[in-house]
Write a protein that binds this ligand. Sequence first.
Ligand code: ADP
Ligand code: ZN
Ligand code: ZN
Length: 827
Amino acid sequence: MIANIIVDVPSRQTDRPFDYKVPKSLQPWIELGSRVGVPFGPRVLQGVVVGLAEESEYDHSKLKPIKELLDPEPPLLPDLIELSKWLSEKYCCSRIAALQIMLPSALKGKEVKYIALSGAEQEQAYANSAWLQALRQEDGAIKLEKLMAMFPEEHRSIKQALQQGLLTLSGKVKDRTGIKQVRMVLPPADPEAAREQLAALKKQARKQYEVLSYLLEHPEPIALAQLVAKLNTSSSVVQGLAGKELVRIEDVEQKRDPYRHRQFEPSSPLPLTELQRHVYERIVKEMERKSGQTMLLHGVTGSGKTEVYLQSIAQCLDSNRQAIVLVPEISLTPQMVERFKSRFGDAVAVMHSRLSDGERYDEWRKIRHGQARVVVGARSAIFAPFSSIGLIIIDEEHESSYKQDETPKYHARDVAVRRAKQHGAVVLLGSATPSLETFVAASRIPKGAAEAPLLSMPERVAGQAMPTVHIIDMRQELTQGNRSMFSSALYEALKQRLERQEQTVLLLNRRGYSTFVMCRSCGYTASCPHCDISLTYHQKTRLLRCHYCGHAEQEPKQCPQCESEHIRFFGTGTQKVEEELAKLFPGIRVIRMDVDTTTEKNAHEKLLKTFSERKADVLLGTQMVAKGLDFPYVTLVGVIAADTTLNLPDFRAAERTFQLLTQVAGRAGRHHLQGEVMIQTYNPEHYAVQAAAQHHYEQFIQQELELRMGMMYPPYCRLICITMSAERLDQLAEVSTRFVNELKEIAQYEGVLVPLQSRMARAMEILGPVASPLARIKDRYRYQCVIKYRGSIDASTLVERAMEPFVAGKTSKQVLFSVDVDPQVIV
Ligand code: ADP
Ligand code: ZN
Ligand code: ZN
């Protein structure tokens, strides 16, 4: 037996499967997706089995054997193995990088693992198995490697016991990420018999009597520690009862459920509105067809999309398939999680970046072992190891956080579409402001279908009006002598909410790095000595920091260039708004939510909870406050400056502004109280601002599509951005020019190097090399080459081919290449 293995070596020459022999004792254990240790050169490295074969095209006698198997069950399923191939080809990354993002980080370590008993003794099914005897003799735990070698014939029952949680894997990682065990007390197996003993115990062993009668009254398993504390007794008392076989004590694996402290009220499906029903029925029909179709649910904020998700998922589970729900990281609030948990209870696994490695691993195992059938998570939950997916939902599909900005730079939406094809699942993209790419794609009628996969819900559920939006021209405020960051209209509106005890959400549409330092005499701005970017002022530490490389320096007292003392901090950070609010409205209770106040674990949740309990008047924050929140007493939403995203040097700037304004406006007046929105801006005529104020998506995209067409940007073409970086500028210039020439030659040879405006079905333009917008990071200069193309061109492969001589040769150490396929931002 031969295994094809992708080995964990970060080098392009070794980015292909290698053949290894599978030793006889490991043969029953090795499967597609198994993680193994293999000899590679002088070392033993980790690898993943991506193929199994009888034969190898290489000389068998020269093949080395697999040294060890790292997990008794393969952590990756065959469909994920196949997906990794697609990922690496599409996003120009190594196969091992593609495989590794699918594994929970707790599995990446190489700790010695043990298999341990955690209940199998009690199971009749395993009573006669040899491995159980062996485990008992070894105090309940045997090294994984050893157990596998001892019982190759029993791999099925061992794997089964692992899945049932009767055996567990544990290791040195135990405390950090391994499995937690709790000692549980189980109530009497035969309550009648136990009851008969009560009278006798009452006389002889009063304490045992108390415990037993408690357990007879409360016949649920309870943790030993909890029982002891509750009855104010000792564990030896309980053990005494166990000795008499009146109760049982067992070590049970405890999954660290991050939501264990919370109670979820069960909720039942709401009767759907006409619009919801129509949409729901189309989704269900498509699921039944197993077409692998992608659909867009375009529904205004508050149109009841989430309820449609929930009922579609219920349908999906009923047909014995699983569902993946992706939401943007910052919307993974307790509010969102609660809606899924209360509908589907323990069938829901939750995955987000604030979980510890151990918690993440537990959630992952619930999915892998079929205990969870729905996962709600951020981007990477798209790789959940489900075996039969029926539905993949991506909420707020336009969010840029679905794109990973490190290698592999994948977009969860595109991965979803691909995975859905493998499973015949439906992808449901939901948004009030769909990305242009998605909207255009969903407007086309697919071959053989009667309708376009575009579902829309243009009204709010209970017919609540969309909030009234006022656009406030800040230039006029200035001419009227108002230099404050609040217009008089916003000031009045805020004052009114305070009087009425209603709540306000204030959005400051910019992040920390807008607080830069500038000299008013000479115009000097403090910038990073290693990167071409302004430094950011952090009030707490009084330091200037670089957001790219972490460089920090003291705040300047005078201008380093002209020695003037008129050097000051510009821009309105959230802190400044907070200060101003306190000045204008003494006693106002403000919750500030930004990167500084949400670094601690669960900080985000705590702040929102306080706000929902109406213990604050204003929720002030960055983008974080715009998404998915639903508070009945919020009747005012204020946007302090709409312009900051408008002015970004990015062809999506208008789209992002429109989306953000629409999102945040949707937070107001979601329930019985009517909402009002105030957008302050220096560009009141801008079509993105105007369309958002009128809640008019179509109007916005018509204008935006025309502009994109004129400049040839997505959705009329696709982009790839290749960034090259080096310490020496001359070398960078030389290599990047050669690379671009190489790429042009290849494109020319393929007959696709023609202007996009031409009538050819396939066209490609290659721009650059030019200095990147961020021309230097961490002392490395950066050049970029942008490819625009349309038609069925496998552009990733062309890029890969053009890069080959550069990344394999000597220059590879000095000039680094980084490829971003379908970039969300070009930096
Ligand atoms: P969206 O996700 O589109 O912003 P939600 O799903 O959050 O909208 O729905 C908005 C509000 O309407 C929620 O409070 C939700 O409970 C309620 N809702 C949704 N569907 C129904 C329905 N069919 N009947 C009554 N209330 C509903
Ligand atoms: Zn100066
Ligand atoms: Zn820097």
